[in-house]
Design a protein around this ligand. Structure first.
Ligand code: AMP
Length: 214
């Protein structure tokens, strides 16, 4: 099953993708995660991408497409994959189309997770991460233990700070939202309400895929 997870930042794509990996045994390909690993290792790609990411802007399409091409060609994608955070522009979607045809693969569906803007800002600005374990906490409903806050172990991603979050949402509306109609036209779009608990959203997602025969 070859899927795209589409949705604004903070819609819960990462959380849903992880549940899908467990359920369907296919890998999650998160361009955001790959880029963060490149930034951490200070690779050439990481050095090029960092300034865009810190500002909440998109990394140029050519860099992203090159990165996705090498990832999709790996063996673990043979039975399927979940693209999380890619494509984010029409040129990336066009690039993906050619890439998949080169690899003799095709898309089965595009799951679009829908959440209101103010809910997204609230969710994203309350996301904190533990340096030592990588665990993601939420200051509103799953706060980190006091000792992790006091020791400075938990931190907020630069791109989760409010001004940057608002810029990321603007960028999403301008560059990524047009993909909803793009995939609707090709009959691949599957819309899911994303405002509930992760388990509820996942139940709806599974049912939608099942009803589509996937
Ligand atoms: P994410 O974790 O998916 O929200 O991605 C974090 C940041 O990485 C984004 O704000 C962009 O700067 C960059 N990024 C991730 N995926 C893409 C993509 N497909 N195209 C361009 N930039 C991306």
């Amino acid at each position: 099953m070859n899927l795209i997870l589409l949705g604004p930042p903070g819609a819960g794509k990462g959380t849903q993708a992880k549940m899908m990996v467990e359920e369907f045994c296919i890998p999650q390909i998160s361009t955001g995660d790959i880029l963060r690993a490149e930034v951490t290792s200070s690779s050439e790609l990481g050095r090029k991408a960092k300034a865009y990411m810190d500002a909440g802007d998109l990394v140029p399409d050519d860099l992203i497409l090159k990165m996705v091409k090498s990832r999709l060609a790996q063996k673990d994608c043979a039975e399927g994959f979940i693209l999380d955070g890619f494509p984010r522009t029409i040129p990336q979607a066009e690039g993906l189309k050619s890439l998949l045809s080169e690899l003799s693969k095709k898309l089965d569906g595009v799951v679009s997770i829908e959440v209101e803007d103010e809910e997204l800002v609230k969710r994203l600005t309350s996301r904190w991460i533990s340096k030592s374990t990588g665990k993601i906490y939420n200051m509103l409903f799953d706060p980190p233990p006091r000792d992790l806050i006091d020791s400075g172990d938990v931190y907020q991603r630069d791109d989760d700070k409010e001004a940057t979050v608002r810029n990321r949402l603007q960028v999403y509306k301008k560059k990524t939202e047009p993909l909803i109609n793009y995939y609707k036209r090709s009959g691949l779009l599957l819309s899911i309400p994303g405002s509930g608990e992760p388990g509820e959203v996942f139940a709806c997602l599974k049912k939608t895929l099942y009803d589509k025969g996937l």
